[in-house]
Design a protein around this ligand. Structure first.
Ligand SMILES: Nc1ncnc2c1ncn2[C@@H]1O[C@H](COP(=O)(O)OP(=O)(O)O)[C@@H](O)[C@H]1O
Ligand SMILES: CC(=O)N[C@@H](CCC(=O)OP(=O)(O)O)C(=O)O
Length: 260
């Protein structure tokens, strides 16, 4: 049984991986959504784990505008933390919730094509939609693809991709509905209050004021790009909030709506 609804592309941030209860709750919600015949893709980050692994190996973390500068010597650690440990931790949580899942990266089945984004960032990928065959096969089985944000160039060079941007490209590839789940209830104003809806002009203003910064700036800009190219709102919400997850399962708008 499948519905005609667009595929739900759920992006989860790395802080979720540090919270067993949060992961269990999210995967129970995903199981509920899948049981309704709704297809779901989970895309994940793991920035916190990368920070920890780099520190454990005596390496520094440098970010430029929310993106990790990734020199060649950090690639094995970044790939191990994201495509390895983070991906398998989430696969474990999904399995525990009774979900049949497939762990994958952006490179599998040529799902996403990638090239070096900016020499200053090192091995960081700029991504574009590729071939949806592999993803569609997994979805057609009623399985849950769990995708890390590791990509590859045509030459086989592994690249580190910001996970919000990875989710954006997968949403475009399958024409899906994108929900970016983070550790905050949505985009917050200068007083810490949730902003229910944001358009391009409001985003620019808040970025200029420094109210939206760092990882949230990357997230909101990725959300705006996909909202505009697909002509539909993108949600920024929290995986911490059980209510938001239930509302999400019911197909309701939660968190902050980024408007086209
Ligand atoms: N205006 C804002 N509203 C909410 N969070 C913000 C804002 N500006 C910056 N942030 C920061 O962005 C973080 C979310 O981005 P990020 O750490 O990249 O999340 P994730 O790892 O879930 O993708 C929040 O935890 C918060 O520290
Ligand atoms: C290029 C770049 O910045 N890559 C990110 C990929 C992981 C990520 O985005 O994780 P969160 O979703 O948990 O922030 C990084 O290395 O941290």
């Amino acid at each position: 049984m499948t519905t005609n609804k667009p595929v739900l592309v759920l992006k989860v941030g790395g802080a979720l991986l540090q919270c067993e209860m949060g992961m269990a709750r999210l995967m129970r919600t995903a199981a509920q959504i899948l049981a309704q015949g709704q297809q779901v893709i989970v895309v994940h980050g793991g920035g916190v784990l990368v920070d920890q692994q780099l520190a454990a190996n005596g390496m520094e973390t440098i970010k430029l505008d929310g993106l990790r500068v990734t020199p060649a010597e950090q690639i094995p650690i970044v790939v191990g933390a994201l495509a390895g440990t983070s991906n398998k931790i989430l696969q474990g949580a999904a399995t525990q919730a009774g979900i049949t899942c497939v762990g994958m990266s952006l490179a599998d089945g040529n799902t996403v094509s990638a090239r070096i984004k900016d020499e200053r960032l090192g091995f960081v990928g700029e991504v574009a939609p590729g071939d949806a065959t592999y993803l569609k096969f997994i979805l057609s089985q009623g399985w849950l693809p769990i995708c890390s944000s590791i990509a590859m160039t045509d030459q086989g060079q592994m690249l580190n991709v910001n996970a919000d941007q990875a989710a954006t490209v997968l949403a475009k590839l399958v024409g899906g509905k994108l929900v970016l789940l983070s550790d905050v209830s949505g985009v917050l104003d200068g007083k810490g209050q949730l902003i229910p809806s944001l358009d391009q002009a409001q985003i620019q203003h808040l970025v200029q004021q420094g109210v939206i910064e760092k990882g949230m700036k990357v997230k909101v800009e990725a959300a705006l790009e996909v909202a505009q190219s697909m002509g539909q709102a993108v949600q920024v919400a929290s995986w911490r909030d059980a209510e938001q997850l239930l509302a999400l399962a019911r197909g309701e708008a939660v968190g902050t709506q980024i408007q086209p």
